[in-house]
Design a protein around this ligand. Structure first.
Ligand code: HEM
Length: 398
């Protein structure tokens, strides 16, 4: 009999890691409630799935992201994260360059300027919500600029991203919440349609215009593919990086000795970011669907089985990371997977790392310490991402 894991249990949402550790100790695979998917908790098994996309497909596993109550098909269905080769290869090659080293090098001065401005405007010496006052600001500015979206909408991006991430997490009785999510899909789609039409009429120097003009083997993106990509970037690129900064601040507030080391030696920042990504993986779960009968961890999975990869668990697997539940700034050299692995490896990983490094540099320049407030941290309700949505902290002057 397999172990079951209730993804909606409040104690699991508050701290999933002890549950993951228990799953890894059990033989075989677990099943998750209420979806019935197979949960893969060990690093080696997650890697095996990600290395075999022909057997574990990214297509067709729409169930949680596209529940019946949504009453529509998800725009993500046409985005690169939910398609297999050859469509995936084509879509990815259309956008790869926009996220490569040359493009990032061009963006770096502007990202630094956003980070420094956000740090300058951060209130010191009194409790603030760190997410609202800092963590959100840099990624929202970057994604807005990348897509050429109106800066006045930055605060709206966050609500959009929250609502869409919550699609998979709404409890059955949350009628109002569901209505809000439905209207967010419509609002976003309407807005993005206008942006696409506008750029078609008068192209600018931004990604939407570039994407409209780009061709692979003479073929352009379809409107549905373009819309899927814009949805994906807004959601995948904003919320995740906000949570990475939120987790970073929480780790620093709880470990003043780590704060002091980073302040004394900024070259430690990239290593710190890697350990935050491992210790608190923002992307907690990804889904695949088996294309043929196969075996995983000794369990026979028929074709069409939903497989939920628990990245949060894989990144805490003792077999890969000794003392895995300890935050260790000196940890080095072990392959980790907060950005996934293989053909769908996160397109925005270099951008997220760059944003985090520049934001932390600006924060360390401005402030002398972070202190947790008595008010509780509020966590994102999603089962897909994990991060603080409200993080009460006092930022001490530097
Ligand atoms: C894919 C995590 C930031 C864009 C992924 C995947 C993971 C991930 C785990 C793989 C999904 C799968 O295999 O099904 C993260 C984390 C981030 C982050 C933890 C920040 C801390 C970003 C940013 C962008 C971005 C900043 C863009 C602005 C994408 C895209 C894909 C993706 C387009 C799909 C790639 C493909 O299917 O080939 N991300 N991401 N991500 N991410 Fe990220």
């Amino acid at each position: 009999m397999s172990v079951r894991l209730n993804l909606f249990a409040p104690e699991f949402r508050a701290n999933p890691y002890p549950f993951f550790a228990e799953l890894r100790r059990q033989p075989g695979l677990a099943q998750v409630d209420p979806l019935g998917f197979w949960a893969v908790s060990r690093y080696a098994d997650v890697l095996h799935v990600l290395k075999n996309p022909q057997l574990f497909s990214s297509t067709g596993h729409r169930a949680p992201a596209e529940p019946e109550w949504l009453g529509r098909s998800s725009p993500f269905a046409d985005s690169m994260v939910m398609v297999d080769p050859p469509q995936h290869t084509r879509l990815r090659s259309l956008v790869n360059r926009a996220f490569g080293p040359t493009a990032l090098g061009r963006m770096e001065p502007r990202i630094r300027a956003y980070a420094q401005q956000a740090a300058r405007e951060l209130p010191l010496g009194r409790p603030v919500d760190f997410v609202e006052s800092f963590a959100l600001r840099v990624p929202a500015a970057v994604i807005g600029e990348l897509l050429g979206l109106d800066p006045s909408l930055h605060s709206r991006f966050k609500r959009w991203a929250d609502d869409i991430n919550n699609t998979s997490s709404t409890p059955p009785d949350a009628h109002e919440w569901r209505a809000q999510i439905r209207s967010t899909y419509a609002e976003m789609e309407q807005y993005l349609k206008e942006v696409i039409a506008e750029r078609r009429r008068s192209p600018r120097e931004d990604m939407v215009s570039d994407l409209l003009a780009s061709r692979v083997e003479g073929e352009a993106l379809t409107d549905a593919e373009l819309m899927g990509f814009l949805f994906l970037l807004l959601i995948a690129g904003l919320e995740t990086t906000v949570h990475l900064l939120g987790h970073s601040a929480l780790v620093l507030a709880e470990r003043p000795e780590v704060f002091a080391r980073l302040r004394a030696d900024r070259s430690l920042i990239p290593r710190f970011v890697e350990e935050v990504l491992r210790y608190e993986p923002v992307a907690q779960t990804i889904l695949r669907l088996t294309t043929a009968e196969t075996e995983l961890s000794g369990v026979r999975l028929p074709a069409g089985s939903h497989v939920m990869l628990l990245l949060g668990s894989a990144c805490h697997d003792e077999a890969q990371f000794p003392n895995s539940d300890r935050f260790d700034l000196d940890r080095q050299g072990q392959q980790t997977m907060p950005f996934g692995y293989g053909i769908h490896f996160c397109l925005g990983a270099p951008l997220a790392r760059l944003e985090a490094r520049l934001a932390l540099e600006a924060l360390l320049d401005r402030c002398g310490g972070l202190v947790r407030d008595a008010a509780p941290v509020q966590w994102h309700a999603s089962i897909v991402v994990r991060g603080p949505t409200v993080l009460p902290l006092t930022v001490l002057p530097g």
